[in-house]
Design a protein. Structure first.
Length: 277
């Protein structure tokens, strides 16, 4: 993005708000790259795997990556709130960072390349920025509210006017909530009748970014949390896609995302309405 571009046609208040978001975006981009390099050079930290809950794991690399990100953000913006997967919530909930230090931990400790570092920031108006870096694929996705979505500096868009018979969908089984499996298979059978093929890649943030970049046309996963999807959600919406968040229990959500042209069709198959903005 050209310096100054975000200020064209904006009021003084909007200029100040966007300037504050841009400062945070710069820090998020820098620390995401730093965390990415750390994970690539410290793969030995994946050797110690702990189970937090059923089919939910954490490594020393998750904890170290989150600590690195937290310290950088706390130095730059000490009054901002925080919601990290490994450290929980701290501070102001209206202006806070939402961070998953390794989205795709099982992929990481299995040496499967589909894992990410996911960083989002939200304010009183909702999600303001999202950064998703894919260490093993040298890809950096990011978006800022109202300014579009980018991959390695190039503008990206969802795939529109697509032929269902020639498109991929990402459908992820509820591996942490086996009680939801019957409902999942019921919907998956319907999606198989629509799409050419399906994938499950093991990272919510990356799945949303793949839809944003037009590599897939939809994504559906049950029982996620804000740190799983927040950064990817903004990137997808800024790329022209649509996202629906359906509350499952507590802060656990189902995420439905697709290009705009097929969204209503996808929601017909899901058969549930949004319960969270």
């Amino acid at each position: 993005m050209e310096e100054g571009y975000i200020y064209r046609g904006a009021t003084e208040k909007e200029m100040m708000e966007k300037s504050e978001i841009k400062k945070r975006l710069d820090v998020a981009l820098a620390v995401a790259e730093e965390a990415s390099s750390f994970l690539l050079s410290h793969s030995f930290l994946s050797e110690t795997v702990e189970e937090k809950n059923e089919n939910d794991f954490v490594t020393q690399a998750d904890k170290a990556s989150e600590s690195l990100i937290y310290e950088a953000i706390e130095r730059a913006f000490p009054s901002d709130g925080w919601f990290g997967e490994e450290t929980g919530k701290q501070g102001d909930g209206k202006r806070r960072w939402i961070v998953d230090p390794i989205d795709g931990t099982v992929n990481y400790f299995s040496s499967f390349p589909n894992y990410t570092v996911s960083i989002a920031f939200e304010d009183e108006d909702g999600l303001a920025l999202g950064v998703v870096v894919v260490p093993r694929q040298n890809e950096l996705f990011w978006a800022m509210r109202g300014e579009g979505a980018y991959l390695n500096g190039e503008r990206i868009h969802t795939k529109e006017n697509c032929d269902f018979s020639k498109t991929l969908a990402i459908l992820v089984p509820p591996h942490r909530k086996h009680g939801l499996m019957e409902k999942y298979w019921e919907r998956m059978r319907k999606f198989y009748d629509i799409f050419t093929d399906v994938r499950s890649i093991g990272s919510a943030a990356l799945s949303l970014c793949y839809v944003a970049a037009g590599r897939c046309t939809m994504y559906y996963e049950m029982s996620l949390y804000p740190y799983d999807y927040s950064a990817g959600r903004l990137i997808l919406e800024e790329a022209g896609g649509r996202v629906d968040i359906i509350q499952r229990d507590g802060e656990s959500m189902d995420v439905v995302a697709s290009s705009s042209t097929i969204f209503e069709k996808v929601m017909e198959v899901i058969g549930e309405k949004s319960s969270v903005l």
